[in-house]
Design a protein around this ligand. Structure first.
Ligand code: FES
Length: 100
């Protein structure tokens, strides 16, 4: 299990996440309100979050499609990612995910 912290404003939700699930799935299972308009297909951008910059290097690289979408939505901010495209691994233990 991997500890993930979802943060929205002052509110923090700490979750023990199962490896192999996406951050979007983990958020939904924990009752964290994160919209996922396309159901995790990586095309709508509504699940965009900001990850702790210290973890950016540990994430799987964004696909060209994700990178394009993020370019439009976030001006290429490096720690902006789509929650539905990030798969939980041991490496992400302690990751804070900030919801916009
Ligand atoms: S749910 Fe649509 S891009 Fe992630």
């Amino acid at each position: 299990m991997t500890a993930i912290i979802f943060k929205k404003g002052e509110e923090e939700t700490k979750v023990e996440a199962e490896n192999g699930k996406t951050l979007l799935e983990v958020a939904h299972e924990a009752g964290v309100k994160l919209f996922g308009g396309c159901g995790g297909a990586g095309v709508c951008g509504t699940c965009r979050v900001f990850v702790d910059p210290l973890f950016v290097e540990k994430l799987q690289e964004a696909s060209p499609e994700e990178a394009d979408l993020l370019d439009i939505l976030s001006n290429g901010q490096l720690n902006s990612r789509l929650a539905c495209q990030i798969v939980v691994t041991d490496e992400l233990d302690g990751l804070t995910v900030t919801l916009p």
